[in-house]
Design a binder for this molecule. Structure first.
Ligand code: PLP
Length: 418
């Protein structure tokens, strides 16, 4: 029998048989553009012929236009973009840098890589940065590296007011908010610099890659030099004028992390299509939300009005569930083909980890974040899912939440691997 959604029926129960990690293929136009670059052999962004304009320089121009930024720089990864932005701001050894306690490892990693000290700010039940804790920790900090983790955007007006009052420069980590906005202002355009990732699981896919945007000519001149431009920076198009480089060109170290023309060529057609893709993600998200709404024991994350999100993943809370019941629920969902991530697990797994496993940062007490993460469940919504798939997954989750709540079933933690 055929079912709505990619599924099958086993022992009278629906089972999802799709993959949570399968992205769409790279569009044909991008493949053709990649082949042109490969046939030319000029993969390095400064290897141009005559008045040829490199794919990397064109991508920067197009991404600057997409975000409304004056300047843009394409780099090797999202993590590199974060480190480069911090370095351009002058962050160095021993500097305290605030960031979200709920984020992923590249964020505290970028801070720690500079010898700076990640200082974590608490998380709300809406999965955004806690404003009171931010205001309390702002004095003395050198910068805020704000992570729009899983695409949840905080009240940017309030956040800006806190940063401005404390003289705190803001860098946005937009790995999950490329294409999103707060009250119409694109994510990445609220502070000194915005950083994006084009790694496979983000909103555009070049395997690895990153982008930085800014309106500040001095910061961007430094970032371009840092990325390894040698003295070829005049070949950048979404770049500040030559004067901006004069003061810094002899004193800015080269920390090579350029993007190459092959990745840029793959990204340009994806950028042209990004808005349409974002709308498709949001349709899947709204389907999941509708499918799960009203499930006893499960809380949805309500999205604030000012937020134009791009939901390439879905989060919900099992508030104050005992860990054993969460584990039983995850095992039951997995047995029916639904792959979930739990940010409350004691041991880091796959891409998922939490602040106490980042031991390159000083240990910090974050009771509010710990309580939220203990019940936080996360799943990807790849564009290879159909709306029927999402409805099927939601039915499975509803049933398994009810089963575990009724039976009170608990599962012990697997022993930690070492
Ligand atoms: C993916 C990601 C980044 C950047 O990671 P790269 O893999 O280096 O591109 C930064 N922040 C968050 C929250 C991420 O998920």
């Amino acid at each position: 029998m055929t079912l709505p959604g990619t599924g099958d029926i086993v022992a009278g129960m629906e089972k999802f048989t799709g993959s949570f990690t399968q992205q769409e293929p790279i569009p044909e136009r991008a493949i053709e553009a990649a082949l042109r670059v490969l046939r030319g052999g000029r993969l390095h962004r400064y290897n141009t012929l005559g008045d040829e304009i490199a794919e990397a320089a064109l991508l920067e121009e197009e991404f600057a236009a997409f975000t409304g930024a004056k300047y843009c720089l394409a780099v090797a990864s999202g993590g590199y973009a974060l480190g480069c932005a911090l370095r351009a701001l002058g962050i160095g050894p021993g500097d305290p840098v605030l960031t979200n306690a709920f984020t992923l490892a590249p964020v505290p990693g970028a801070i720690a890589a500079l010898g700076a000290v990640p200082v974590f700010v608490e998380t709300t039940a809406g999965l955004t940065i806690d404003m009171e804790d931010l205001a309390a920790k702002a004095p003395g900090a050198k910068a805020l590296l704000l992570s729009h983790m899983r695409g949840h955007i905080c009240d940017m007006d309030r956040l800006r007011a806190i940063c401005d009052a404390a003289g705190l420069p803001l860098i946005e980590d937009c790995a999950h908010t490329m294409g999103a906005a707060w009250k119409g202002v694109p994510s990445g355009r609220h502070g000194a610099m915005g950083c994006y990732s084009t790694q496979t699981y983000k909103h555009m896919n070049s395997g690895e890659g990153g982008l930085i945007v800014s309106d500040d000519p001095d910061l961007m001149a430094k970032a371009i030099l840092l990325s390894g431009s040698y003295m070829l920076y005049p070949r950048h198009r979404a770049a500040p004028p030559a004067e901006a480089f004069e003061a810094v060109r002899y004193v800015t170290p080269n920390v090579s992390g350029r993007m190459d023309n092959l990745r840029a060529a793959i990204l340009r057609p994806q950028l042209a299509d990004l808005q349409r893709q974002c709308a498709r993600w949001n349709a899947l998200y709204r389907g999941m939300e509708a499918g799960l709404r009203g499930t006893h024991g499960l809380s949805l994350i309500e999205r604030p009005e000012g937020e134009d999100f791009v939901a390439s993943s879905f989060q919900f809370l099992l508030p104050d569930w005992p860990a054993g019941q969460v584990r039983a629920f995850l095992a039951r969902a997995a047995a029916r083909g639904v792959e979930l991530k739990w940010f409350g697990a004691a041991e880091p797994q796959g891409f998922t980890s939490r602040h106490d496993s980042w031991r390159y940062a000083p240990a910090q007490s974050l009771p509010q974040t710990d309580r939220v993460l203990a019940g936080l469940i996360d799943m990807r919504l790849p564009l290879t899912f159909s709306e029927a798939d999402v409805a099927l997954i939601a039915r499975i989750l509803r049933q398994e939440v009810a089963t575990v709540l009724q039976s009170g079933e608990e599962l012990a933690a697997a022993p930690a691997a070492d």
